[in-house]
Design a protein around this ligand. Structure first.
Ligand SMILES: [Zn+2]
Length: 506
């Protein structure tokens, strides 16, 4: 038999960034063993066994010779089982069961079952998108993930359910199936703001957060509506564009939180981890190639951190860089990986360890020094980034009877969209006031409002950074009022949200 060098291409992911991997197979005289070289991890090393079982199971031929498969470039870490499929195709080509020149024009990513079935892997969507970005012309994908793959423009898709189909397609005995792309689901109605009574100040802050992307701190006793408000925030945010929805789905795919047959969601994601115990869970990590954390799973959406002060300080500190840069950068010995992390952070906290400080229904049992220590846990720099801080007081029975029904989410969402449009006109699509450049902000601020802001911040001990951050909130308030100029009243309201809720509650 021939000693052809067979080449198929696969994809390795560093975060969401794809890298081309050449899977090269060749056979030579010797014992019929498969040797894998090129920095494979344990899962890739086991691929040899899976590929062998799958090939023989399908009545295909395993060579009676020594096989060497190289994954190049060697310095790139290859993890997981997505290399099963390119490996199998390379072996089939090296042994003359599919034409070498056809295999050479193909990319492939997918896992093999021992029965020869081809299955999607974690990260299937970004792998497919990555192959497209790297210029793949023809791409073998698991049939179960074909509709999802069809959302990605670029390569001609060759969906395969098992190795038998791979051979039939690549030898021209079968034509590729037509694939209809997955539907993109418009937002189904979620929990509505109309269900929340009272709390006008907190409702206002949530609306401002939705318009400007400002991070929010809600402080108040249990049961006052903090999580109700946070849960309703995605419902007043604009729907995701298809590209944004694909990006979110890609991150969820890497974390195995989505299956490839799920429709693409236009609703911004909401992540509310119950117990954030480690920095790795929050910002990403793990051995090998690091996985995305909650802050990336909430990309383009809302990250809710309940009981903020119960979260260990080093974990909270890990959040600062992603909040500032909109991405997480994780460095490992073999790889530097980044994941996007543009989130709206909603932090919630009790006002004191027992939770009832300021609650008319029950009295607080905490000693003052314990309350002080509790609050000191919130680091200055993180507190500085929470631009909208609100104390909620629980409603008593009479309040509940008197409080009007809240405005429905749809009405608020319309106002949010209109106000966001103004930021788009100033700074381009997707621009948020949270990131508005300082010169632009100051140019459109009334001179006396600027002086007023400086004085007000001095009184509350705000930092220099707080000046621009407060002005950005004022920009959002002006946008909601339809005012092109930031005026004194806008600044005053913005300053009121910076008075730390957690201290102001006392
Ligand atoms: Zn207390």
């Amino acid at each position: 038999m021939g000693r052809a060098l067979a080449i198929v291409r696969g994809v390795a992911l560093l975060g969401l960034s794809p890298r081309e991997v050449r899977v090269e197979a060749t056979s030579s005289p010797g014992l019929p063993v498969l040797r894998l070289v090129g920095l494979p991890d344990a899962a890739v090393r086991e691929a040899g066994d899976r590929v062998r079982a799958a090939i023989t199971r399908h009545g295909l031929r395993w060579p009676g010779e020594r096989l060497v498969v190289n994954l190049a470039p060697a310095d790139l870490p290859k993890v997981g089982s997505a290399f099963d499929l390119p490996l199998a195709v390379a072996v089939l080509a090296a042994t003359g069961q599919v034409p070498v020149e056809v295999a050479a024009g193909c990319w492939a990513c997918g896992e093999l079952g021992l029965d020869g079935s081809v299955r999607p892997v974690a990260g299937q969507l970004p792998l497919v998108a990555g192959a497209g970005q790297l210029g793949a012309q023809r791409l073998l994908v698991p049939a179960a993930a074909a509709a999802e793959a069809a959302l990605v423009s670029g390569p001609e898709l060759l969906p395969v359910a098992d190795l038998g189909e791979v051979v039939e397609l690549l030898t021209g005995r079968r034509r590729p199936r037509h694939v209809a792309p997955l539907t993109v689901r418009s937002t189904a109605p979620g929990p509505d703001l109309a269900e929340l009574r009272g709390q006008p100040l907190a409702r206002r802050a949530v609306e401002l957060a939705a318009v400007g992307g400002h991070h929010l701190l809600l402080s108040g006793p249990p049961g006052c509506g903090k999580s109700m408000l946070a849960d309703r925030l995605p419902g007043i945010l604009p729907e995701l564009s298809t590209d944004q929805a694909l990006e979110v789905a890609a991150l969820h795919s890497v974390a195995s939180l989505r299956s490839p047959d799920q429709p693409l969601e236009r609703r911004p994601p909401l992540r509310a981890p119950q117990q954030v115990v480690s920095a790795a869970a929050l910002v990403g990590g793990g051995s090998g190639v690091p996985r995305p954390g909650e802050v990336s799973l909430a990309h383009h959406g809302v990250l809710v951190l309940d009981e903020l002060l119960e979260i260990p300080r080093p974990v909270l500190d890990a959040l600062r860089q992603p909040l500032e840069r909109g991405e997480v950068v994780l460095t490992r010995s073999r790889a530097r990986v980044s994941y996007p992390a543009r989130v709206l952070l909603v932090a919630a906290t009790n006002p004191c360890p027992c939770g009832f400080l300021g609650d008319p229904r029950r009295s607080c049992t905490c000693r003052p020094d314990r309350v002080e220590r509790y609050r000191a846990r919130l680091s200055g720099p993180l507190l500085d980034r929470l631009d909208l801080q609100v104390s909620l007081r629980p409603l008593d029975h009479r309040d509940l009877l008197d409080a009007p029904t809240g405005e429905p989410s749809a009405v608020v969402a319309d106002r949010v969209a209109a106000a966001r449009q103004l930021a788009t006109e100033r700074s381009g699509p997707g621009a948020l006031n949270r990131d508005a450049p300082t010169p632009q902000l100051r140019r459109r601020t009334d001179a006396s409002a600027l002086t007023g802001l400086a004085g007000a911040l001095q009184r509350v001990g705000g930092s220099a950074r707080a000046f621009d951050r407060t002005l950005r909130v004022a920009r959002t308030i002006a946008d909601l009022a339809g005012d092109e100029i930031i005026r004194g009243a806008h600044v005053e309201e913005a300053v009121a949200y910076r008075l730390p809720a957690i201290r102001g509650a006392a």
